[in-house]
Write a protein that binds this ligand. Structure first.
Ligand SMILES: Nc1nc2c(c(=O)[nH]1)N[C@H]1C(S)=C(S)[C@@H](COP(=O)(O)OP(=O)(O)OC[C@H]3O[C@@H](n4cnc5c(N)ncnc54)[C@H](O)[C@@H]3O)O[C@H]1N2
Ligand code: MOO
Length: 421
């Protein structure tokens, strides 16, 4: 495990992404697609809206009739019909006539504007057919009228493949007749924890044992990234047991992840196992935490062997598995937003490899400036520091650290890829 075998993170990311493809499309109700990119363009089958309609409750008029209206010279029109939910006026408005109309009702033929109730005086009757109503101001043609096809015209694409469906977008798809849409199937991610010291979270560890934290953290990360996460259990440090679990997962999953057994210890078998049973594409990355990461193929299925140290496993997932899941889901944006901030304390880096330190960016209330503070410990065994972090502070390979006040790059792990900061 000589450090000279370490490859750059970007190289590792490119290798992983080269070995995953978007999953096949599935159909589901448009509202269930929220948060996922469409797998195919959606065109509307009809004009949206299909007809010109009123934007107000009021009276549909011919603007020309009201041209000279004023408080001194009001115009009185005859109400010849109404337009309400479930009742469409089929006639045509002639000179001196109007139709009582509700918001969203089709514009009556002959009318070209709508005057809202509040500025209309009903002279007699109930305001419906047979009444007379008075107007004291002119109105512009088209006022309070929503044109047919305002949102889109028939056959027009309203949402493109790769666009993420929003809640508003689900409504737009429904209007366009796309009650069901195609998105890429959630990739199935198999998770395995490796280590004879591990016990399930619902057990009290005996001496020398610890609870398996990684599978919960990785399953949660997989879920957050949009994958269907499946846990294949804890494998003890036994080569045959690890191999059996990996093969079981390989047969059922699009991507398999283990944590533990990736380093140089007496029981760290993962890389050798992949080399023997498949193909290793890299096994060391210039990354801290998360140097000891193996990626390869077994039976053509991508396999990522993360470090056992919990923070290293989590950062390895964030940097390598999350972009892969997003690519499989058809997302175009695979990279988290990066923000520049001023570091509050000195940052030390004792090794050559690139560091991603757990940190928090906050805005200084007094100055409005973005400040970033590192967690007090960067120990890879600690998960609480990552839980409280909202970013990973990047210290590149060439640097030995930063001084308080330096501008640094922060990868916002709390914000979705593609967001503009
Ligand atoms: N001689 C060397 N030793 C180590 C090196 C090295 O370069 N030379 N690198 C260290 C670094 S950095 C890391 S990271 C770890 C990677 O180790 P492994 O991937 O082999 O992981 P394990 O040895 O199995 O476990 C490490 C650590 O994490 C705990 N662990 C493992 N699985 C879980 C789990 N599911 N939930 C919670 N905690 C887990 C395990 O008990 C160990 O404490 O290697 C270093 N050593
Ligand atoms: O890969 Mo190890 O966690 O750097 O910490």
């Amino acid at each position: 495990m000589a450090d000279e075998n370490m490859i750059a993170l970007e190289q590792a990311q490119a290798i992983v992404l080269d070995h995953v493809e978007p999953t096949e499309p599935i159909r589901l109700p448009c509202w269930r697609a929220v948060g996922f990119p469409l797998a195919a363009d959606v065109a509307t089958d009809i004009d949206l809206s299909p007809f010109a309609n009123s934007a107000m409750d009021g009276y549909a008029v011919r603007a020309a009739d009201l041209a000279g209206a004023s408080p001194e010279a009001p115009v009185v029109l005859d109400v010849i019909g109404h337009e309400a939910a479930g009742h469409v006026f089929e006639g045509t408005i002639g000179a001196g006539q109007t139709v009582r109309i509700m918001t969203g009702a089709p514009m009556a033929d002959g009318a070209d504007a709508v005057v809202k109730y509040e500025v209309v005086e009903v002279l007699d009757g109930d305001g419906n057919e047979g009444s007379r109503v008075r107007f004291t101001a002119p109105i512009a043609e088209g006022e309070n009228v929503r044109a047919a096809g305002l949102e889109a015209h028939a056959q027009e694409v309203v949402m493109r493949a790769g666009e993420t469906v929003t809640a508003a977008g689900a409504g737009l798809l429904a209007s366009a007749g796309a009650a069901e849409v195609e998105i890429h199937r959630r990739p199935v991610l198999g998770i395995i924890s490796i280590g004879s010291e591990l016990v399930a979270p619902d057990r009290v560890p005996a001496r020398g044992q610890i609870r398996d934290a990684n599978s919960s953290a990785l399953m949660a990360s997989a879920l957050q990234a949009g994958a269907d996460a499946r846990f294949y259990g804890i494998a003890t440090d036994d080569e045959d047991e690890i191999s059996a679990k990996i093969h079981q997962a390989m047969a059922e999953c699009d991507f398999v992840i283990t944590s533990g057994g990736a380093s140089a210890g007496d029981y760290d078998y993962v890389t050798a196992l992949v080399r023997r049973e498949g193909e290793v594409l890299f096994d060391r990355i210039s990354l801290r935490p998360g140097k000891a990461i193996t990626f390869g193929l077994i039976g053509g299925v991508p396999y990522l062997g993360l470090s056992g140290n919990p923070a290293a496993a989590a950062v390895g997932f964030e940097m390598l598995a999350r972009p892969a899941i997003r690519k499989m889901l058809g997302f175009r944006d695979l990279v988290r937003p990066v923000q520049s901030a001023r570091v509050t304390h000195d940052v030390k880096k004792g090794q050559q490899r690139r560091f991603y330190d757990r940190a928090r960016v906050e805005r200084d209330d007094a100055t409005g400036e973005l400040l970033v503070s590192e967690a007090s410990s960067q120990n890879s065994a600690l998960l609480g520091t990552l839980h409280h972090a909202n970013c990973l502070l990047m210290v590149p390979e060439g640097l030995k650290g930063y001084q308080a006040g330096d501008e640094v790059c922060c990868v916002r792990i709390d914000i979705e890829e593609g967001a503009v900061l």
